[in-house]
Write a protein that binds this ligand. Structure first.
Ligand code: ADP
Ligand code: ZN
Ligand code: ZN
Length: 743
């Protein structure tokens, strides 16, 4: 008797019998087809000893095995259970996202037909028999001449004969058919770059050796250990990752290397390939653009242990790497690691848990680590190594702050590109150097900004900016729901120059074009371009080879890219993240600014960064300018501590959505009352309030925030209460544990 976790909306595992002839093949983690009512569904064998043992004669047997080998090992099943509990998602939902759909659907490996002649039958005899079949004879003679195996379809196309002739020959056994498994290896061309070079062994800097030693110490202990590698941009973190990987591989372990977005890490991927292919390692790239066939093959290579290195984005954390002993999370602070749909897991936190299950090392790398990770270092859950210097003592770029309040006064309007920035861009163009213009586009909200003093209207209770609502002209706080009328003058300096500020985007490219010499080549990289995979790669390639002078882009170009000829980075609106109603706003602003600045001056020439800001004195900008991570972290931690925001407590967001605004807000209110009447211990509840994006695709959204010390304990009590709170059919609710993007 076995226990099966069926897919498609079944929370509870079900018990089934196993036909005798299948007994030896059924293992935990096998994908099976089972009868359920009068349907057939797919599920995972979750245990060989079901807790629930129904009567033998009522028991149904499983129907078939979908894949011969188990698709999940016990470790991944444990991981799935944890994710399901911690992130409050149904287990079948978690399992489904863990197993690629090609594998789930029972897709088989692709085979290709080859043919050759059968030498057992004398040549003359065959010719005699084929006298009246000219087509068959033609193919036979061709095969005799080539005297080797040839691909069936290519050959008949070449000779211009039909498949029936070939099949006829095979049937008569004059020729033999061979089926071969073909590997669909699309990644090879996917991330190849023009500047191919074999990665040679370099001698490590002192700091690199020290960090390597510390990390290898943890690896050698063969125990669970999360480890932060904090290194300024260009300090050579990748080389340290590689050293750690080599150590683990030589111990016979497997490695997972996560990047925030594979398409944005072509250099990391090709560096990995260059380094490890010569060591006879098969590096598998795991990303969302893989076709089903490619994914199936990648998956097989990994489960069989043939490939020991997997590189990919968030979902690669589920790759079934064998004997996984090292998980690397590059740019661990990036929001892209958080999945914003169910299951709403955080890739980094799942990585740490998975490393724990495997008694392995989880290596988190960043120039600007998240406060969560730094807090874990502080409380000694994580160890830490630092790289404080750029390779070859290259300087961090010089950061100029452009006070946009003054620019606005001088030019009598608010310029999009300020005079100093335009001058600098022109100069680079004449010096044949490249520039990047960086625009932060995540600000989708309108806030109130004083262009005289930089004051931004904030909520009195929540320490976040308030948002202007066109519908009634009020300002609202999206955390607690507090609202007030839009001020007519700045509450801080009394100036009447207090403006609603939103953002246009494409204009940057146009404006840059109008202000720079006509021959300058200006290109844009944004989400639209990202969807056209080749256009995106091509643009990056053109920029790398110097065909583009100025690259305009959003957050996408902030990280990872390494272009030696870029000597200028312009940050068009450094304050935008600060104006978002998110308590992580300063942290994001600081991280982005530091990342973006890191793009400049990677070659021999020093880089410069121009930052346009209305708040030149704000801590995140000042600290980023000085490259002072410690200073920023100290100040920001203070603030978080004061409000007991993360990392001091966990934040859980509870969203209600529905087509009717009144109904949705009513249920959110009612739920809040229920909680008030029957409070959960040690929980702070904020809201309900309208979500920043009040309406998405016709659905109104209201949310509450819960701040808790213990997520699992909270969820238990929450779920009890939630069970006895029936929702209207038209209303849905969603739980987002450790919520990140508050939109
Ligand atoms: P980070 O990831 O910390 O921003 P990288 O790993 O991209 O930095 O390293 C920056 C550059 O320095 C890369 O071009 C890399 O090849 C080079 N590099 C790294 N370590 C060394 C070393 N020990 N000696 C010489 N060059 C190095
Ligand atoms: Zn003011
Ligand atoms: Zn508030």
């Amino acid at each position: 008797m076995i226990e099966v976790q069926a897919f498609g909306g079944f929370e509870k595992p079900l018990s089934y019998g196993v036909p005798v002839q299948m007994l030896s093949r059924i293992k935990v983690g096998c994908l099976v087809r089972v009868p359920l009512g009068n349907r057939k569904v797919i599920g995972i064998v979750s245990s060989l000893e079901p807790k629930d043992k129904p009567n033998e004669n009522k028991l149904k047997n499983i129907l078939s095995l979908v894949q011969e080998k188990p698709v999940l090992n016990e470790e991944l099943i444990k991981l799935a259970r944890w994710i399901s509990i911690y992130y409050a998602s149904s287990i079948d939902n978690v399992l489904e996202s863990m197993i690629p759909s090609a594998v789930r659907d029972g897709m088989v490996e692709k085979t290709k037909r080859f043919i050759r002649i059968n030498r057992q039958i004398p040549f003359e005899q065959v010719c005699e028999k084929l006298k009246n079949s000219p087509q068959q004879k033609k193919l036979f003679l061709y095969l005799k001449d080539s005297n080797s195996e040839v691909a069936l379809h290519e050959t008949i196309d070449l000779l211009g004969i039909g498949i029936s002739s070939a099949n006829g020959l095979i049937k008569k056994q004059f020729i033999l058919e061979i089926n071969k498994t073909i590997r669909r290896d699309a990644y090879n061309d996917e991330f190849t770059e023009t500047n191919h070079h074999v990665e040679q062994k370099i001698s490590l800097t002192k700091e690199q050796s020290q960090a390597t030693k510390e990390i290898c110490n943890s690896i050698q202990k063969k125990k669970f250990q999360p480890h932060l590698l904090q290194g300024v941009t260009g300090s050579g973190k990748t080389e340290v990752y590689f050293q750690a990987m080599e150590k683990v591989l030589s111990n016979g372990g497997g490695v997972l290397f996560l990047v925030p977005e594979v398409a944005l890490a072509p250099q990391t991927v090709s560096r990995l390939r260059n380094r490890f292919t010569v060591q006879n390692e098969n590096v598998v790239v795991w990303h969302s653009h893989l076709s089903d066939g490619e994914r199936l093959d990648a998956w097989k290579a990994v489960t069989s242990g043939e490939a020991r290195i997997v590189v990919g984005a968030r979902s690669a954390i589920f790759a079934p790497v064998q004997n996984l002993k090292l998980i690397i999370i590059d740019e661990e602070h990036e929001p892209a690691y958080k999945q914003e749909e169910s299951p709403r897991y955080h890739g980094r936190d799942v990585a740490v848990y998975r490393a724990m299950l495997n008694q392995g090392v989880c290596l988190l790398g960043s120039a600007t680590p998240s406060l969560e990770t730094l807090h874990n270092v502080e409380v000694r859950k994580y160890t830490k190594s630092v790289l404080t210097k750029r390779i070859d003592g290259r300087e961090l770029p010089l950061v100029h702050l452009i006070d946009m309040r003054k620019e606005a006064q001088r030019e009598k309007h608010i310029p999009i590109l300020s005079q100093p920035l335009v001058e600098a861009l022109r100069q680079r163009y004449y010096d044949r150097e490249q520039s990047i213009l960086f625009l932060n586009r995540r600000g989708f909200n309108t806030t109130m900004l004083c262009t005289d003093c930089g004051h931004v209207e904030q909520c009195k209770d929540c320490s976040i900016s308030m948002t202007f609502h066109r519908t009634d002209g009020y300002l609202r706080c999206h955390i607690c729901g507090y609202r007030k009328p839009t001020p007519r003058f700045c509450p801080s300096c009394r100036s009447i120059e207090i403006l609603k500020k939103g953002h246009g985007t494409q204009r940057i490219e146009d404006i840059a074009e109008s202000l720079l010499p006509r021959r300058a080549v200006i290109r844009r990289i944004d989400a639209d371009l990202m969807s056209k995979k080749n256009a995106f790669r091509q643009t990056l390639e053109e920029f790398r080879t110097g065909k583009i002078d100025i690259l305009v882009g959003t957050q996408m170009i902030a990280k990872g890219l390494d272009f030696p000829n870029v000597t200028l980075v312009g940050v068009i609106d450094a304050d935008l993240p600060l104006r978002m109603e998110d308590f992580r706003a300063s942290e994001r602003a600081f991280q982005l600014l530091t990342q973006v600045s890191g793009r400049a001056g990677r070659g021999d020439r020093a880089g410069e960064v121009y930052v346009q800001t209305y708040a030149p004195h704000s801590p995140s900008i000042q600290f980023a300018r000085q490259g002072d991570v410690t200073g920023f972290v100290e100040e920001e931690m203070e603030m978080r501590k004061e409000y007991a925001y993360p990392p001091y407590r966990h934040l859980v967001r509870h969203i209600f959505k529905g087509r009717s605004e009144d109904k949705t807000s009513f249920y959110a209110e009612q739920w809040a009352r229920t909680l008030e009447a029957n409070p959960i211990e040690n929980l702070e509840v904020k809201g309900p309030a309208a979500a920043p994006l009040e309406k998405i695709k016709g659905y109104y959204r209201f949310h509450l925030f819960y701040l808790t010390n213990n997520v699992t304990r909270f969820l238990k009590q929450y779920q009890e209460r939630r069970k006895s709170f029936p929702l209207d059919q038209e209303i849905q609710d969603i739980i987002d544990v450790d919520a990140f993007q508050i939109s």
